[in-house]
Design a protein around this ligand. Structure first.
Ligand code: URA
Length: 446
């Protein structure tokens, strides 16, 4: 690509002036960035121009293609299928994969899921699974395919060769203030889903204080764009836009979230996580044509109530080297923090919750990492047991802190009253599923 260095400033200038770049322009820019012909400062300038001027939907699709083309793709075509991938844009107490994947596998679907680690205030599925003694997330593509063929699901770490351009661009966006762009987030998410090989993709696009897209209208637009990109590339794609203004599940932290997810699978932990997992599972059954919309919720109830989903979770844990007793006695099998203290305020009503800061507080106890190289402490974190609108009294805890040291526990306990407001009167609960996109008549790019 000898002429690219000369051409690059021209393309940056065109984006700066609000012009649309062609698919070919974007492909050569991404290729040039990966080969070193486009410098970091040039890519940074292009990204910032795009964030300010906006990228068109056609540019978002072209960018997705360019990211996918930068590395390997997973071939799931030899699986019996239907293959499905479920992806959340990230949140706090967001453990849906551990519940939804076994439900769908028990329904006969196949999930070969490539997951990530937590960063900042959000958790990562791999960190959570690794809190199960013995659990292994490094599977080869062949091991993964064989496991999915056998039991319907596998969850593994994405290799460095899967969409490498997204890894580099995401790190650059993180330090140049260019993460919050609808097209850049959609291309980043959808490139990984398309490279992951599933024929059906269900997205859980989060909105609210604990999400990347805090504003509802931005999350809706992101969901629609992702559905269009997936559809344009031959994947049956749908999205739910869901609330992340308060923690989804009662646990925030790695082992704690696994324990809570197992309790949901066992029917022992009703609440918002249980509710959303049922909604997502039903949506995936509809998307894949496994059940009609009217029948899907009852089918999900049956898979959970009969213990079939829990049994599939147990087989999944065994297949990846983990201790299957986690499915029976999660709190005994998983690592426990030495200091567990309760917060019992009230009486009153929960009027507001600062979701992102609760995630940050759990991360600061050791559940999350500040930098990619950091290790997580599997045992620590928070349980947050009340939601906006709930009446609370000192008879029952509103939260529990799971900490490595007494000092950490006391510091977290002192923060909680600033993150969960307890007031007077009635407050309406916050709706959980705000919108469904692409489940009846999939929009296309025209
Ligand atoms: N998640 C991703 O994978 N990419 C983004 O850009 C934002 C959230």
């Amino acid at each position: 690509m000898p002429d690219l260095p000369l051409e690059t400033p021209v393309l940056i200038g065109r984006k700066r002036d609000g012009e649309e770049l062609s698919g070919d322009d974007l492909r050569r820019l991404v290729e040039g960035y990966m080969s070193g012909a486009v410098a970091e400062e040039q890519m940074s300038a292009l990204l910032m121009a795009g964030v300010i001027r906006g990228f068109s939907d056609a540019e978002a699709v072209a960018l997705t293609d360019a990211l996918v083309a930068s590395g390997d793709t997973v071939d799931l075509s030899r699986l019996r299928g239907p293959t499905v991938d479920k992806h959340s844009t990230g949140g706090v107490g967001d453990t849906t994969t551990l519940v939804v994947a076994p439900i769908l596998a028990a329904a006969g679907l196949q999930l070969a899921k490539l997951s990530g680690r937590g960063l900042g205030h959000t958790g990562g599925t791999l960190d959570k699974l690794e809190s199960i003694p013995g659990f292994r997330v490094a599977l080869t593509p062949d091991e993964m395919r064989a496991q999915v063929e056998r039991i319907g699901l596998a969850v593994a770490a994405a290799t460095a060769e899967l969409v490498p351009a997204d890894k580099r661009l995401y790190a650059l966006r993180d330090v140049t203030g260019t993460v919050p762009s609808r097209a850049l987030i959609a291309a980043s998410v959808m490139s990984k889903k398309i490279a992951g090989g599933a024929s059906h993709v269900l997205l859980d696009v989060k909105t609210g204080d604990g999400a990347f897209m805090a504003r509802r209208e931005d999350a809706s637009a992101l969901a629609e764009l992702c559905v269009r990109i997936g559809t344009a590339r031959g994947r049956r794609t749908a999205a739910l836009v869901t609330d992340m203004s308060q923690p989804l599940g009662d646990g925030i932290g790695n082992a704690i979230e696994v324990a809570v997810a197992v309790e949901v699978l066992r029917g022992e932990r009703p609440g918002r996580l249980d509710e959303l997992c049922r909604e997502l599972a039903a949506a995936a059954l509809v998307l894949t044509g496994t059940a009609a919309a009217v029948d899907a919720p009852a089918f999900v109830d049956e898979l959970l109530g009969s213990g079939r989903a829990l049994e599939r979770f147990r087989r999944f844990v065994v297949a990846q080297g983990g201790d299957p007793a986690v499915a029976d006695r999660p709190w005994e099998v998983l690592p426990r923090a030495p200091e567990i203290v309760e917060w019992r305020p009230g009486p009153g009503t929960v009027t507001a919750v600062r979701c992102r800061e609760l995630g940050e507080l759990a991360a600061s106890l050791g559940a999350g990492r500040r930098r990619k190289e950091d290790d997580v402490d599997p045992a620590v974190g928070l349980e947050v047991l009340a939601r906006v609108g709930d009446h609370v009294s000192p008879d029952v805890p509103v939260a529990r802190v799971h900490a490595r040291t007494r000092a950490d526990a006391e510091r977290a306990l002192a923060r909680l009253p600033t993150l969960v407001d307890i007031g007077e009167g009635q407050v309406a609960p916050v709706p959980l599923v705000l919108e469904r996109v692409g489940l009846s008549g999939v929009p296309d790019l025209g």
